[in-house]
Design a protein around this ligand. Sequence first.
Ligand code: SAH
Length: 448
Amino acid sequence: MNKKFEQSEKNITGKAEYYDENGAGVVIQGNMKIPVPFLLKDEVAELTVVKQGKFFQSKIDNLIDKSKDRVKPKCEYFERCGGCQLMHMSYDAQLSYKTKFVKSLFKKHKVENTVGMDVPYDYRNKMISTFKFDKKIKSGFYKLYSHAVVSIKECMVQDRLADPIMETIRQLSNQYKLKVFNEDKKTGFLRHVLIRTGHYTREVMVVLVVADRVFPGKGQFIKALTKRHPEIKTVIQNVNKRQTSVVLGDEEHILYGNGTIKDQLMGLTFSISSKSFYQINPIQTEKLYALAVEMAELNKDDLVIDTYSGIGTISLIASKSVKQVFGVEINKSAIKNSIRNAKANKIDNVQFVQGDAGQVMVQMAKERVPVTTVFMDPPRAGSDEKFLSAVVKLKPKKVVYISCNPVTQKRDIDYLMRFGYKIERIAPVDMFPHTAHVETVVKLKLLK
Ligand code: SAH
């Protein structure tokens, strides 16, 4: 048998020595490091471990020694649903786990305590549900590392507005006998629903992701939905015919409202469309942005570039304190949102450029734009050498690097440090309570 597929099962008793990057407790047996989901550090348990090639699948059969950090999860779907990984860990322990994780990367530097939430529930402003048919239409989230849908009626980390709307959508889908999309056979219609909520405005966007442009009973469906939930300000039909785990397809039809909702952050109003990135925890976003702006030590002479700018949130928030801001973002609908957001907030010292952040930075370096401050907030993969080498050429005095993946952030910062930058502060912010994700803001300064 090919070694890659060789499978063996064992029962062992083991103790979790530390956590891996997914928040699983790691049990060491000989030269094997076995990640055990939902096992806390220092806990001892009897386990069933299946080894397949290099990978392990493990399950707790009997917990022998419990950690003082163990709590009863507030959610009945925890462990079955792949959304949260840490609901069995007290919130204080979660925060210190996140601080330690960042510290394990930035070994030589001081890492501040992770900024947590007062109430770490009901925070998510974006929910993506997937459908399944089991006697009737049900909806929920994927199991971890799987495309099996766990049927869910209530999500504890989601804005409270979302569950009742999903309930109505399930009910109407059953009433109108819509067919659930089958990923293997590529038949059927209903795929996902994306619900976005404005935390302060209480406005809701519903995106129905379906496999066909023809939507049977569309008019009545939308009328019933929006009548029952007047908080819904816009409904979008997104057509996704592809066999892909990417939720949204390219084709969109606005069925109700104007295709956007509004939200507020730090006193400014933002318009958001379905495909634009928008931070998913609005309460923590305000803390994150306040930290980032504080770290940038902005003043009226500053010329700022906000790269990976999304709908322009950081650009607009920083604009009040500086001479001029350039926002750079690759996504066209996000750029449209940012231009509209600048106008709506009557801000005229910000300019948005659509394009690859690396390319735009290279151009700016060529033109020797006298940039003093760079905000960077790339996706999980981090930035690239093109971008970083242009930063080094532009020589901004201050760089504030925000990241949802401290591993790639550390890699990029190592590059900047080789070219004269030094770390002044590292502050993790808990944007995603009960999950293993960590967000970090790092302040860098150019050495004279
Ligand atoms: N700063 C924003 C968005 C951060 S998310 C906020 O706080 O809301 C990262 C953003 O980078 C996304 O909007 C994504 O569309 C954009 N992006 C991804 N690759 C990019 C690239 N190569 N150049 C510019 N922007 C990019």
